[in-house]
Each structure stands twice: as C-alpha cells, then as structure tokens.
Ligand binder design. Structure first.
Ligand code: ADP
Ligand code: YYY
Length: 238
C-alpha cells in the first residue's frame, strides 16, 4: 500500500469506526467495480456487497427451475421466492441458493447471457433493491456496495457516491484478460458492450447523477484506482 492509501485507511479506522460509511459505486461492465470495491472494503474495514451477484443468482435459479425468462410475472415471482444468501465479508466470496453454493456457477457465460432478462424485469428489480437495502442496514451502514443503481436508487443517501468508468477499449481488454483470453472478440463484445446496452434501458450508469463523483480508470492501474476512491472517501469523511 502506498503512504497515501495507508493514511486514508488509518483515518477511516481511527475516527470513523462506528459512524455510518456507505460507499456506493456504480459503473458499466468491466470498469473494475467488483475488484475495486472489494479491496476498498478491506482497507476501510467495511462490509462488501456485490449486487450484480444477486441478479446473477436469481438468473441461475430461473434457469435451474425452468422459469420462462420472457415472462415478467414469472421472473418477478422467482425473485421473491428465491432463498438467496450472499456473504458480505470482502475476504469470503460466497453466494448460495437454497443452500447450494453457486459462487462459481453464476460467473458462467450462460448466466452472463441471460442475466439482463432479470435486470430488465422491474418487479424483480424492486424485490432485489429491497433485499439490498436490508443488507446495507444489517451491516450497520458500514459497507461498500456496487452495481448499476446503488448511487441513484439503492443508496442515494450514501455518504460517498462514485461512478467508476473506463473506456470501452479498456473494459474489453480487462474482461478479456480476466477470462484468460478464452473468448472471441465477438463474444467479449456481446458480454460487455451488448449487455450494458440492454441493461441501460432500465437503469442509468453511464452518466453520474447529481452529487456523484466520477472516477475514470482508463489510464489508472488497479492501485491508483483504489487510491482515487479512498481520496474521495477521505474528503467525504472530513
Ligand atoms: N484500474 C484497473 N486497471 C487495470 N485492471 C483493472 C483495473 N480495475 C479493475 N481491473 C481488472 O479488470 C477486470 C474486471 O474488473 P471487475 O472488477 O470484474 O469489473 P466489473 O465488476 O466492473 O465488471 C478484473 O480482472 C480486474 O482485476
Ligand atoms: N445493481 C445492479 C447490479 C447489476 N445489475 C445487472 C447488470 C448486469 O447485467 C448483471 C450482472 O452484474 P455484474 O455486476 O455481475 O456484471 P459484470 O459482469 O461485473 O459486468 O446484473 C443491475 O441491473 N443492477
């Protein structure tokens, strides 16, 4: 950790512990939300919520139980009945559905291709937003939560609100590397740019809402991005 990042983390530990600190981070696919939010949570001694994993878990459940994904009422019903648990410890990534560990399964391309059907079903969104708000409350409001609508809908009252962006080229490159170079350019494009296009019909995550701080990570490495986030947190804490 660089001296600046250490300083920010120490600030947070010493005089902000016990006070509410919700850090809301939104952004498009591949911008670095999950990895940056998880590491930020570690450094702030905060919980971490990956809301995208919840949309993925509902998708897994729909595919597993044969829900007709084009039927909004069925998808909404599934989102209400699913027994979904998600770890909020930044060092323990675990998602279960009815006790089955789906942590890896929800990252499969089959889920990435189908997840927009859940994300664009407004009734399912309402149910997942309700659950996310409960998880944030249960954390004692010391949490880094990331997704597409956290700064605007799930936690518009968060102490820190950030839109994490990156150029299309950077996002495609990062996702390609993350998937080990196994995907064709066309598949990558569909998974990153195509999915964002579908999702942005119901939620806006390309432009920062009023009061939301934009961090463009296109030319920042991972550590520099964490430092940029911690700098915003530190400013908000003073
Ligand atoms: N600033 C950055 N510079 C380089 N690589 C990054 C940066 N931020 C994230 N990454 C990498 O990009 C990939 C995608 O990040 P991820 O957190 O999964 O994005 P998102 O959750 O927004 O889809 C990961 O392999 C991550 O380590
Ligand atoms: N708060 C959220 C979080 C995710 N979603 C949607 C958008 C995505 O298509 C899926 C999966 O999100 P996820 O963050 O895992 O997506 P990435 O693969 O990291 O780009 O869920 C959403 O609509 N609202």
């Amino acid at each position: 950790m660089t001296p600046a990042a250490t300083e920010a983390a120490t600030d947070m530990k010493t005089y902000r512990l016990g006070k509410p600190l919700v850090v809301a981070i939104d952004g498009p696919s591949g911008s670095g939300k999950s990895s940056v939010s998880r590491e930020t949570a570690r450094r702030l001694h905060a919980a971490y919520l990956d809301t995208g994993a919840m949309y993925r878990a509902v998708t897994w459940y729909c595919l597993k139980t044969g829900v007709a994904m084009q039927e909004a009422a069925e998808v909404e019903k599934a989102s209400r009945e699913v027994d979904l648990q998600i770890s909020t410890h930044p060092d323990h990534e675990q998602v279960t559905v009815s006790g089955t560990d789906v942590t890896q399964a929800i990252r499969e391309p089959e889920i990435s291709s189908a997840v927009s059907a859940v994300a664009t079903t407004l009734g399912a969104r309402a149910e997942l937003i309700r659950r996310q708000q409960q998880i944030i409350a249960d954390s004692g409001r010391r949490i880094v939560a990331e997704g597409r609508d956290i700064t605007t809908v799930v936690a518009p009252d968060a102490e820190v609100r950030i839109l994490l962006t990156a150029s299309e080229e950077a996002r495609l490159r990062r996702r390609g590397l993350q998937l080990g170079g196994t995907q064709s350019q066309q598949d990558l494009h569909n998974q990153v740019i195509g999915r964002d296009a579908k999702d942005s019909t119901v939620v806006s995550f390309h432009e920062a809402a009023d009061g939301v701080f934009t961090i463009d990570s296109s030319d920042l490495d991972f550590e520099e991005t964490i430092e940029a986030v911690l700098a915003v947190v530190r400013r908000a804490a003073h």
